[in-house]
Design a binder for this molecule. Structure first.
Ligand SMILES: Cc1cc2nc3c(=O)[nH]c(=O)nc-3n(C[C@H](O)[C@H](O)[C@H](O)COP(=O)(O)OP(=O)(O)OC[C@H]3O[C@@H](n4cnc5c(N)ncnc54)[C@H](O)[C@@H]3O)c2cc1C
Length: 433
């Protein structure tokens, strides 16, 4: 095992009741909140949280924008879960690859699937394969220091970018692209990736929304943060005088008076545009869209970023639960259960409900403690698993190596992460020397 958290010796000692064994697959908000509720409602349960990556917390670490450190702060709350007796973090172990789901199901009394939705939903329009199109999730993962060996590289975005979608993730993309490099103070943005993908803020960003402004899904507060960025121009089209709502209120002033002709980046919001196709012309990517009057508009760009939701990974994604990952004692929670909607807090509500169902099933005798849990599956995982203390070594190294003006520098190489986890960090020593 990488790290020093020992396996629990036994789930049964003479004279004491057998402990309920729980496997949670995925350490994002849904998995962690479920662990918290179960630890409270079923004291004495042995809870094992399996996580594909050596680092816990899913999209809190690799989705939430690097300049929203306040939101990422929920990780401190989740840290406390793993210091409780009977709760174990098993990082760097992918259920379905490193250990079969059937083995987990056979050896734990309760299994909770909290695996999220890692794939970007694709725009359902004809698309020339030469066009440069990237999903917002992929882009934000890259800027969040996601392990390089697990992400497809993306070419530089170029000076003209189109963002399709108008939810909070789309606004994250707009803000991160439009920010000046100097605006990232105090963040943990992956500077190398930022330089590679966006050496300078784009000159133009067109934000395309299918719906009208009143039905936009983004929060007005997120939009306000974007339009308040210094040095950017704002133009709005496709908004009706009768439109109302919080998003309309934020953008209304720019309808009659566009801001910042000479701005560093000109952001133009287009409402009521339906994308029709994406083609490639003379090395550039062209998105054609149709407005409410069926008039066509062409956007000639270097990159189209799609921010229209999330789905399961592709068919080749071996981490995605298959339909046969089920059973009477198997529960689902978070994005994997309800789809890619809602904030971190929404997962807490979900987790509370699932934990209550599990506690009810235990109280009613529908589930009885009978299986050995982690002890039964630990053997073959011993060499690869990253325990919580080992993860904390990785985290400490990331804080130590933060560049000036940054709060941490994420390690983006899995081998390096594992070396730091073991405490045998040749690489880090060389870097610090
Ligand atoms: C780009 C982006 C930005 C966001 N920003 C915000 C924000 O600012 N504020 C906010 O409130 N919400 C935000 N959200 C929403 C929030 O991140 C989600 O609501 C939340 O993360 C969903 O939690 P989850 O646990 O279901 O999934 P995830 O967070 O995706 O966690 C799933 C975990 O399961 C692991 N896993 C998957 N398969 C396996 C397997 N087979 N074996 C082991 N482990 C596995 C994954 O590695 C991952 O760690 C954002 C979402 C995205 C995509």
């Amino acid at each position: 095992m990488i790290g020093t958290q020992p396996p629990h010796e036994s789930t049964e000692t003479p004279g004491t009741a057998r402990a309920l064994t729980v496997a949670i697959v995925g350490s994002g908000p849904a998995g962690c909140y479920t662990g918290q509720f179960l630890a409270k409602s079923l004291p004495g349960a042995e809870i094992t949280v399996f996580e594909s990556l050596p680092a816990p917390y899913g999209l809190v670490r690799y989705g939430v924008a690097a300049d929203h450190q306040g939101t990422k702060g929920v990780a401190r709350q989740f840290d406390r879960l793993f210091t409780r007796d009977g709760v174990r973090f098993v990082g760097n172990v992918t259920v379905g690859r490193d250990v079969e789901f059937a083995r987990i199901a056979a050896n734990f009394d309760v299994v909770v699937l909290a695996t999220g939705l890692p794939g970007d939903r694709e725009l359902d329009v004809p698309r020339d394969p030469r066009a440069q199109v990237v999903g917002a999730g992929t882009l934000l993962r890259a800027l969040n220091g996601f392990p390089r060996d697990r992400i497809r590289p993306c070419a530089p975005l170029g000076p003209d970018v189109v963002v399709v979608g108008m939810g909070n993730v789309a606004v994250d993309v707009l803000r991160l692209l439009a920010k000046d490099t100097g605006d990232f103070a105090g963040t943990d943005i992956d500077d190398e990736m930022l330089r590679r993908l966006r050496p300078a803020p784009p000159s133009t960003i067109a934000a395309l929304a299918r719906s009208g402004a009143p039905r936009s899904k983004c929060d007005a507060a997120m939009l306000r943060e974007l339009v308040s960025l210094p040095g950017i121009g704002i133009t709005v089209s496709g908004m009706d005088e009768r439109d109302e709502g919080p998003v309309v209120d934020v953008l209304r002033p720019f309808v009659s008076t566009p801001r910042g002709e000479g701005g560093r980046t000109r952001v133009t919001f287009h409402f009521g545009l339906e994308p029709e196709r994406i083609t490639s012309r003379e090395g550039r990517t062209v998105l054609t869209a149709r407005d409410r009057n069926a008039a066509r508009q062409e956007f000639v760009a270097d990159t189209v970023v799609t921010a229209i939701g999330f789905t399961h990974g592709g068919a080749e994604d071996e981490t995605a639960p298959r339909h046969d990952w089920s059973g009477d004692h198997v529960y689902r929670v978070g994005w994997f259960s309800r789809g890619a909607q809602g904030t971190i807090a929404r997962n807490r509500k979900d987790a509370q409900q699932v934990a209550r169902r599990i506690a009810d099933d235990v109280a009613a005798g529908r589930i009885r403690p009978a299986k050995d849990g982690f002890r039964a599956v630990a053997g073959p995982l011993a060499d690869r698993m990253v325990g919580f203390e080992a993860w904390q070594r990785i985290e400490a190294a990331e804080h130590r190596s933060a560049l000036p003006g940054r709060c941490r520098r994420k390690i983006t190489d899995l081998g390096h992460m594992l070396a730091v986890a073991t405490g045998l960090d040749e690489h880090e020593r060389k870097e610090l020397a």
